[in-house]
Design a protein around this ligand. Sequence first.
Ligand SMILES: Nc1ncnc2c1ncn2[C@@H]1O[C@H](COP(=O)(O)OP(=O)(O)OP(=O)(O)O)[C@@H](O)[C@H]1O
Length: 196
Amino acid sequence: MESKLYLLSGTPGTGKTTVAKKLKDNNFSIISLGDFVIQNNLFCEEDKKRDTKIIDEEKINSFFSKYLSNNKFSIPIIIESHYADIIDLPCEIAIILRCHPQILEKRLQSRNYSPEKIRENIQAELLGDSTSHMLEREDLIEKGSIFEINSSNLTIEETANKIAEIIQKPENFQDLKAGWLSWLSDPTVQMENYLD
Ligand SMILES: Nc1ncnc2c1ncn2[C@@H]1O[C@H](COP(=O)(O)OP(=O)(O)OP(=O)(O)O)[C@@H](O)[C@H]1O
């Protein structure tokens, strides 16, 4: 039997990589899509202005699909990336990590990101871009299997455990179905600090 696929998305800095490392202990294989793309050079062009490379979604999907067929996985696979939604193979569940903008700002500052890059990422989190992208996946919407976790006040371990629990029994987490969280209507978010 083929291994089941799960998607873990969220704005950079929300904790996907850190939490995914913990999930390895819960018997999941982890694939960091960002590393996979770099290792296999799955880019189509360079955005010189933003000093970044543009990913080639078609190439990623065809390469990834071959990679899964050539490597037999015996345990479920979690694909983590802020663009995990682009994976067009059948997936069981998608989970989006969310983080309070003020906490995210501190985390991104500690990465020495430029003020523009921090602002861009916080705006993406404020607007729930990762959730919106995932909600374009009709297959997952039909199954009602897109969830959001607010990890702002959770430890890394608690976040990892919550992910494992959702995967095990999604029916117990109806309250976490995508759309429940909006920073835009949260009075603790100082919107004027982040919007242009
Ligand atoms: N509850 C928490 N869950 C996840 N990360 C946390 C938590 N509390 C603090 N952190 C810290 O936040 C940072 C998250 O960074 P991480 O690289 O895991 O984010 P990411 O979402 O994978 O970012 P990117 O998309 O850029 O890879 C880490 O330094 C981690 O230690």
